[in-house]
Write a protein that binds this ligand. Structure first.
Ligand code: 6GU
Length: 237
């Protein structure tokens, strides 16, 4: 999967070089490219924003450098159509199901907005472009961030760990909180490792018993309890 990120803070995306996503990038599973939006300005101050038409607080990102930057990224692979992803608190919710769906895309281009967002004609224009595979405006939750960069870190990590060969343990994806399948809509319960006693606290006996059926039943009960406690909105019995 090719991933391009356009931002006025390209160093914010340095974290994509670390940990699981970094390994995926260095191993070639993810082909990562970060771009500075200001490289696509032409004035002395490298201006990327302007006052909003109709008035109101804050500034809006100009469509002019965005168009140049996105056309430049598009031209890097002439025979592939990228999806344009615009992180915004006014987008559709990005969920685990979204990560799963997007994990089979071949090219995602992220446009990180700052200020009060990107001129809306950018999304409208790239949605009409036959040489792009569509525009997806997504939010990572019901709170407001200062820009899309942190959301891109979240989204790319959620997708990267689903790509073949990235996690190493393909089973750990299946049992995730929010993953679909037998444990769908349940949170993961408590986990333990050695030592069997730590500061007066024992690991539950059943986990040391070797009875795989009883262990599976115990884990499901704990998952249901935790889901009812932490996330009653998920509707666990
Ligand atoms: Cl994707 N962007 C911004 N700026 N704020 C957000 C968000 C995204 N998702 C939740 N809040």
């Amino acid at each position: 999967m090719r991933v391009d990120v356009v931002s006025i803070f390209p160093a914010y995306l340095d974290a994509l070089e670390l940990s699981l996503v970094g390994r995926a990038a260095h191993s070639g599973v993810i082909d990562l490219h970060v771009h500075d939006l200001r490289d696509f300005t032409h004035d002395r101050h490298r201006t990327v924003d302007d006052t909003p038409y109709g008035g109101g607080p804050g500034m809006v990102m100009s469509p002019v450098p965005w168009g140049e930057a996105l056309d430049h990224v598009r031209a890097q692979v002439p025979d592939e159509r990228p999806v344009l992803v615009i992180p915004t608190p006014s987008g559709r919710l990005f969920a685990q199901s979204t990560a799963t769906a997007w994990s089979t895309d071949t090219w995602l281009v992220f446009a990180c907005g700052r200020y009060e967002g990107i001129d809306s004609r950018v999304a409208e224009h790239y949605a009409q472009r036959a040489d792009w595979a569509g525009v997806r405006e997504v939010s990572i939750g019901d709170y407001v961030l200062a820009g899309g960069e942190a959301a891109v870190l979240v989204i790319v990590e959620a997708i990267a760990r689903l790509l073949p060969g990235v996690l190493g343990n393909e089973e750990s994806v299946r049992d995730d909180s929010f993953a679909t399948g037998a444990m769908s809509d349940l949170l993961e319960g408590p986990v333990y490792t050695k030592p069997p006693e730590w500061r007066g606290l024992d690991v539950p006996d059943v986990l040391l018993s070797g009875h795989h059926g009883q262990i599976a039943q115990w884990r499901e009960e704990r998952s249901r309890e935790r889901t009812a406690d932490m996330r009653p909105d998920l509707g666990a019995s």
